[in-house]
Design a protein around this ligand. Structure first.
Ligand SMILES: [Zn+2]
Ligand SMILES: [Zn+2]
Length: 314
């Protein structure tokens, strides 16, 4: 049985569309750009916290990473803004806020895009697309701010809407290409944590965005068989494409190996770095394959595999 499934996973992964190389963009890009950022990480007393609601980190000229304050929501997700010549992709729009106030998502993203266009003497900013790593509530709360079709296109959160927008054929076995203009992203179906989950690979920076499927924290698996196939698919993709960093949507581990923060903490003074590498993906793949059809909770140095009850019976 194990051999059959493993073989099946490998075959499915081979069906993936290879990452397209945009002329003059991907091949010459520096691969291992350093991360020189200290993320906001909440406070023991959020009443006296002075962090901004959103931290903006400029990864490179066309790539921004946003982090929501832990004092607004313990999930403190990371959001990604990738800018091309014609379009910009915002992947995820944030979690709810404890004080009920709207996160300044739209104004922050529109300011970045306006400055980006002005610096390049372009008449107008690129068309903004708001899509999601997956449909869980801590990644979609800012969607309503982008309701105006003149300002942005918001991709719906149902599987049908996701498949139709990215023009997936044979979900979840085939990747799709989504071109921002000189920056053709590869969008890879990776259900398992959640049914509509996608990964995004950027040929410019060679970052692989993995949402809640792989990050330094507790990897909740809701559908074991799908997750197993998705991790095999991602690992096969990473074997054939250069990956600089694997970037997920949360940090929940401390900087000490195998130690996570307490659930729902709003203060992570010594948290794990956001970035992971291909070696982590391979470690996850190997651990999952070793479990086969019998998933179990397993603590690793930089992530924790956490199958939900009943996930193997799906
Ligand atoms: Zn999630
Ligand atoms: Zn999440």
């Amino acid at each position: 049985m194990k051999v059959t499934l493993t073989t099946l996973c490998a075959c499915l992964a081979l069906a993936l569309v290879p990452a397209p190389a945009a002329p003059g963009v991907g091949a010459s890009a520096a691969v291992q750009r350093p991360f020189d950022v200290k993320w906001i990480h909440g406070s023991a007393d959020c009443g006296t916290n002075t962090d901004p609601p959103l931290q903006v980190y400029r990864f490179d000229d066309d790539t921004y990473i946003l982090r929501q304050s832990k004092c607004l929501d313990y999930e403190a997700p990371f959001m990604y803004l990738l800018i091309g010549r014609n379009k910009a992709l915002l992947l995820d729009s944030g979690a709810k806020t404890r004080d009920g106030k709207a996160l300044p998502m739209r104004e922050t993203v529109e300011r970045i895009l306006a400055e980006h266009s002005a610096a390049r003497r372009r008449a107008r900013p690129p068309q903004l697309i708001v899509a999601h790593s997956h449909a869980h509530g801590d990644h979609v709360q800012g969607d309503r701010q982008f309701d105006d079709p003149a300002r942005a296109t918001v991709v719906g959160t149902s599987l049908e809407e996701v498949k139709s927008f990215f023009r997936f054929v044979n979900w979840p076995t085939r990747a799709a290409t989504f071109d921002l203009g000189g920056r053709a992203l590869t969008v890879i179906p990776i259900p398992g944590h959640e049914d509509t989950h996608i990964a995004v690979y950027d040929p410019k920076t060679k970052i692989l965005l993995t949402g809640d499927t792989l990050y330094p924290g507790i990897l909740v698996v809701n559908h074991w068989r799908h997750y197993r196939q998705s991790i095999n698919r991602l690992a096969n993709f990473a074997a054939r494409n250069q990956v600089s960093y694997i970037l997920g949507a949360h940090v929940e581990m401390t900087s000490r190996p195998r130690v996570e923060y307490p659930y729902r903490t709003v203060y992570q003074p010594d948290e794990h770095v956001l970035q992971l590498g291909t070696s982590h993906l391979l470690e996850l793949r190997d651990a999952i394959e070793a479990m086969g059809n019998n998933p179990r909770h397993e603590v690793h140095a930089d992530f924790i595999i956490a199958p939900a009850p009943g996930s193997a019976q799906q």
